[in-house]
Design a protein around this ligand. Sequence first.
Ligand code: PEP
Ligand code: MG
Length: 959
Amino acid sequence: MLELTAEQVSMGVAVPDKEAALALLARELQADGLVREGYLKGLQAREAQGVTYLGQGIAIPHGTPETRELVERTGVRLLQFPDGVDWGQGQMVYLAIGIAARSDEHLRLLQMLTRALGEADLADALRQANTPDAILGLLQSAPKELELDRRLIGLDTPAEDVDELIIQGVRLLRRADCVGREFAAEVLGEEPMPLGGGLWWVSSEAGVLRPALAYLKPERPLRHRGQPVEGLLCLASTGDAHLKLLDRLCELLLSGRSGELTQARASRDVLEALGGEAVPEWPAVRVRLANAHGLHARPARELVQLAKQFEGDVRVRLVDSDGPAVSAKSLSKLLSLGVYRGQTIELLAEPAIADRALPLLRAAIEQGLGEPVEPLSEVVPAAPLPTQAQADMEQEPPAQAPLLGSWLHAVPAAPGVAIGPVHLQLACALEYPSRGESPAIERERLAAALAEARAEVEALVARSEAKAVRDIFGAHLEMLADPALTDEVHARLQQGESAEAAWATVIEEAAVAQERLQDAVLAERAADLRDIGRRVLGRLCGVAEVTAPDEPYVLVMAEMTPSDVARLDRERVAGLLTARGGATAHSAIVARALGIPALVGAGDGVLLLAEGTRVLLDGQRGRLLVGPDDAQVEHAREEQHRRAERLRLAEAHKLEPARTRDGHAVEVAANLGDSAGAAKAMAQGAEGVGLLRTEFIFMAQPQAPDLATQEAEYRRVFDALDGRPLVARTLDVGGDKPLPYWPVPHEDNPFLGVRGIRLTLRRPQLMETQLRALLRASDGRPLRIMFPMVGGVDEWRQAREMTRLLAREIPQADLQLGIMVEVPSAVMLAPVLAREVDFFSIGTNDLTQYCLAIDRGHPTLSAQADGLHPAVLRMIDMTVRAAHAEGKWVGVCGELAGDPLAVPLLVGLGVDELSLSPGGIPEVKARVRELQYSTAVELAATALTLDGAAAVRALAERF
Ligand code: PEP
Ligand code: MG
């Protein structure tokens, strides 16, 4: 988030012209460590496209999408030019705000500035200012207009008394970002003032971010101090922004028209009575904005110019927001809407000009307002919800306890081996009354519980050595202090609920809302909310902590909260196992930070394990052995020791190449699921990226990412690789992992449905954008593109043709095209495909499931879906032979590549590259170095003749 601080302001700068001003700005941004050399070209190019003059003596120079990769970190630099600089088109600039932004953050800055600037003329004041604080003061405290629009009106608000009405008013003001926490505390401490006619008034200047008025009409008439309460005006005031409103209100009261407010049926009535911003009932059209960076200064200026051609008024509002409709002729108002790509805006025009103005403006917006635009993805109507009958049939069968001697597969969350009895900690239902004694008593009880919880969390923060743990509990402290939560609870207490019931309901509602977010990582934060929820509820119910057994045990829980993990006694907890959760859950992060081996998402069956059952948990390989025999335990212990020693050595040599003792080289690369991990992967010894799962860019957004967004992400990976090759896999979604914005019709067998290349070939526009972004990002660096789930030659040829055409347009110095081999038909056709591809990369996760016909996520069968099954090994063998016969290379990028037991076999089968999660790279490299290639070849040949995965594992264990 961009912020303005005094250190960013350079005062009294003199330059001869705009060119010199831009050059100075580029130097300053570079000196601040915000951009790299070359950013000046971006500033110049942006000015050539359209000047960045904002109005009122301010310009906001910034780079172009092409120079975004030169941005090291987001920030700004402000230069004051007391003598002014001619910015072109007769505009004098006294303050230039140079922006370095990687994405659309500058839109936020514009929104902030334009809200602050309003329509007042600041140029002179900026010129004469003589301290950085004076400049910031002008930007931040310029005269502001009172906000009053639909968002701030609550008609028929449920409330038991005037206090509750005030709480609702504060909530509206907070939601509109007009007030901070302080405001709530202040107005609640104020005695409301009767204005007559059933109207009441309360106001404060404390914690006001932007002056605004909220109006609340209670659902049913209330009384306060013996007088009726039919409407409440809640004012957040600063300066004299509200004086006009007061005049109007006096007029209303003196002329006996207070009923216009107390009898209002729609927010429009209130706005008309008080002179707020009502959306006019004019002819309107809607249009989706396609500009990559939203409605930023340049396209907004274009819209202003077009609107100004018309004599009458034209307004713009953001659909799906309750915000006002602003004038299309005001640049600052347009920018204050902060419209992003993909959002729909509504244009409204006075009836006299609507016929001419609306079609012209809509067409101009569709065409990008002077900017080239990528078409927006079409919106596919959501798939119908399953009927009750379907829903019933889709219900999970009841979980079963895993059998002794069985292997369970789960999500590896923290590496290491743990052996011990299980100790189950299942949350018991807390009992409490739904009604409280009185609102005052319940408020007191809640305050005490919150204070105790806060003290507990603060103690956890204080005693945590790991930063990740401190950060998470720091966020918990924020949640505990969040007035949005406590306001809601107080409103419920006021209605007579008990503190427990009110708190539990509000937390659960907030957690459910969080879970609905399309961003998987944000959605997982629901566990944090429930964590603090339980903590406070536990205090309210006076529940004592559960005591754990003394001997080292494997703790089993349905879902683990960060508090659960951080509270653990590391001396006694050998490992962690959860039925639910993902690898990005905070509990997993905490487990990794604390170094406790952990598996998550093992299925509800583990909750049925008998207390004390001995288990062997392998947090690296993602598996759990239930009831290991003594020999298996002994073996695991030995392996633990050997592994610790091997890891120590491996770590020391991780940057050296992986070469067998007899000189056979194997490339070891990293699998990446985001761009941020690339540098770390290289530091782990990766010799390139062998699989970039590009889904992450598509999953993180509420809509398909555009070209610029993708290009920036891919560039980030290339930059970290420093000349090493990048194997990028095109989007692999559909079937079992649909994107929220592309609902795929229900399929009985999604793994055999429209997924991977089958989906993207049906969406050529999407595929083309992705390929284009990859090709543009490479800039001559080694790029390998592979297509997932290719099952036939036609699919490969279509994908190759599309890529070749684009590569002609965006020439490449080092490009290879290949396929993932993960469908058996691709293996059978490998001799044909090998003639045409540059490489194969074997996805053993899917190849195993299709070869053995076992769903890779099957709750009970997935343990048998072992990539070391001889049938799978034979497929790998066939693929390698076919590729080598044509002089092509083969990689393995499924989980098997990271299994130290599989490494000798894969090397022996002739696999040229192993690509795996970065954490395992040092160990895999070390394993390769231990091998004699000729012996590994013999071992692999023997494995191919065996009858099952167990036999292969036994053979490999002995090796
Ligand atoms: C695979 O199938 O082995 C693979 C690497 O792809 P993913 O796991 O992403 O499906
Ligand atoms: Mg796959």
